[in-house]
Design a protein around this ligand. Sequence first.
Ligand code: GDP
Length: 371
Amino acid sequence: TQETLYCIGCGAAIQTTDPAAAGYTPASALRKALANDTQDLYCQRCFRLRHYNEIVPVALSDDDFRHLLATIREANALVVYVVDIFDLNGSIIPGLQRFVGDNPVLLVGNKEDVLPRQLRRTKLREWMNQQVRAQGIKPVGVALTSAKRGHAIDELLALIEKYRRGRDVYVVGVTNVGKSTLINRIIANNTGLQDLITTSRFPGTTLDKIEIPLDDGHKMVDTPGIIHPEQMAHVLSGDDLKLVSPQKEIRPKGYQLRNGQTLFLGGVARLDIVDTIKPAGTVYVDNNLPLHRTRTENADNFYEKHVGELITPPTGDAVKDFPPLVRHEFKTTGVTDVVFEGLGWVTVPGDTRVAGWAPRGVDVVTRPAMI
Ligand code: GDP
């Protein structure tokens, strides 16, 4: 048996099993610390924060989530809502409009670098605005950033200054939208502040928050990443997830997709054309994801035979544990995106019957074509 150890930085119980949860410490680091009989044990997150001024993402349980929401609702603050523009649906925070209360929301579309350049940015901002309005949120402004490339970080900071009007700032987002990368950029752009970053606890939770002091005595609070349950990130593991996450600007690929044809998007999704009068589709996924067209009547066999080999990911050991693909049928009216959460989308013509298949637990949704 082992007594519970606590991080002296944030107070979270030390654990070695879930890297995304609070208190995570690699088993090797823990062994080393115990062997040295050290008194100052830090979780990985606090360790990195102390030594490298680097924020490591941490995810949230339902209980902690409710406490976090209450904290934000009671605060008088600007809420900075970070979404992944490539996976807007997977970025939705359930119930956000309720816990934001009367606080203004600044919407940040991150991973701007992966969207095709032909897509006009003003149009993209409008589109994002509409999408979150459908969730009941009326953003005071919309920013587009690439945290990874360091694009538009200064513009974002200027917008934050403009809208916070002497208040605190809470940065919220589901896991994987790039919130940590963004916060790290913000810290790097404020080099004078680096030594002043502090951690403290959200009342009633096991979670630490990162507080970045602002010039006027107020603070920017980085909240833990909220888990959106229907992301591709939950069925694919590290390396396989990287294979489906676009790292560069997406090159759209046109396909002739006739009735009775199926297009496999790696081994993680497929699109069946059930009935169309216009055999055209445009695929927006990572440039290196293998795409294979086959006849729908052979598609199940094809999948069984080739998943993990011709069509990947999943790869290696992940193949046998991979959830089965589940079919979702749609009838389009206008030009429509069939969106596979976290993977991308296929634009299909109007008046078409299609079936989108995704691993059990991952959503397939449609929306009016984005591009
Ligand atoms: P968090 O869970 O929201 O804190 O997300 P992370 O900051 O850990 O980022 C999740 C993944 O998205 C990582 O693989 C990042 O490299 C990637 N990422 C973050 N920001 C960007 C971006 O602006 N563009 C692209 N292409 N990838 C990004």
